[in-house]
Every structure is written in C-alpha cells, then in structure tokens.
Design a protein around this ligand. Structure first.
Ligand code: 5GP
Ligand code: ZN
Length: 125
C-alpha cells in the first residue's frame, strides 16, 4: 500500500530516489540523507504504518523482519562487533519528522547515553 505524499512510501515504490541498501517484500533499508553517524541506515516496512503507535500484535512478523534485517545489515556493514543503535522516534518530543514507521540503524562511532536534548535547548522538557 502506497500512501500519496508519503516520502518513504515514495522511496519504497522507487518513485523518489534513495540509496537502497536492501529490499525484500516486507522491508526496505536505505541510507539516511542527513547521516548522524558513519553508518546511518533507515529501515521501513513496505506497508505504510505511521508510527509505532499504529502497530498491533498482528504486526509481530514485520517487526521481527525489521530487527533481523537490521542485525544482518549491521554485520554486513562491519559494525556487528563494534555495536550500533536501533531506534524509532515517536511524536514531537522525540523529533519524529517523517510519519511512516522507520528505525534508525546508527553505528561506526561511540554513542551518547542517555540521548541528551540539543545543546541549544536546556529545558527540562
Ligand atoms: P525522524 O526524525 O522522523 O526519526 O527521522 C527522519 C529521517 O529521515 C531523518 O534522519 C532524515 O535525515 C531522513 N530523511 C528525511 N528526508 C529524507 C529523504 O528524502 N531521503 C532520505 N534517504 N532520508 C530522508
Ligand atoms: Zn508511507
């Protein structure tokens, strides 16, 4: 299912250019256009799901596919041993900007923990 005006549906359908790293019937992985780490890949379900809020128990297999594909790609990209982060943003406080479920696979450098707010913004919320 392709949702009109959805950027990531467009990339999944090949209508919008993207550096595709992997694709199969359920999952597409492509390079983030504004990488935050030496390796920064986005993994999405081919089917339009706006965010994790819209997942149901029936979506278990697609989540398993996203996670196992991410682990395989991390291995193939050479960050399987050094480690990586696999995250999804939900809603305004997280900074979610694209409303088609996606996981960020980030690696190739040390990650901070916990994720701090942008340095220009020191509010408690
Ligand atoms: P979010 O902030 O919603 O968690 O993540 C959206 C991500 O999509 C950002 O990291 C951003 O760099 C990436 N992005 C935005 N537009 C495009 C695009 O046109 N192509 C690709 N490959 N990534 C994009
Ligand atoms: Zn979509």
């Amino acid at each position: 299912m392709t949702v009109e005006n959805c950027l990531f549906c467009g990339i999944a359908a090949g209508k919008i250019p993207g550096t595709i790293i992997h694709q199969d019937q359920d999952v597409i992985a492509f390079a983030d256009i504004n990488p935050q780490a030496p390796q920064h890949i986005l993994l999405i379900p081919r089917r339009h799901i706006a965010s994790m809020v819209d997942l149901t128990a029936e979506d278990g297999p697609i989540l398993a596919a996203l996670f196992t594909t991410a682990a395989k790609l991390a291995h193939d990209l050479g960050i399987g041993e050094t480690g990586y982060r696999f995250v999804t943003n939900v809603g305004p406080d997280s900074g979610q900007s694209v409303f088609h479920l996606h996981f960020h696979l980030l690696g190739g450098r040390k990650m901070g923990w916990p994720p701090f707010p942008p340095s220009s913004h020191h509010g408690t919320r």
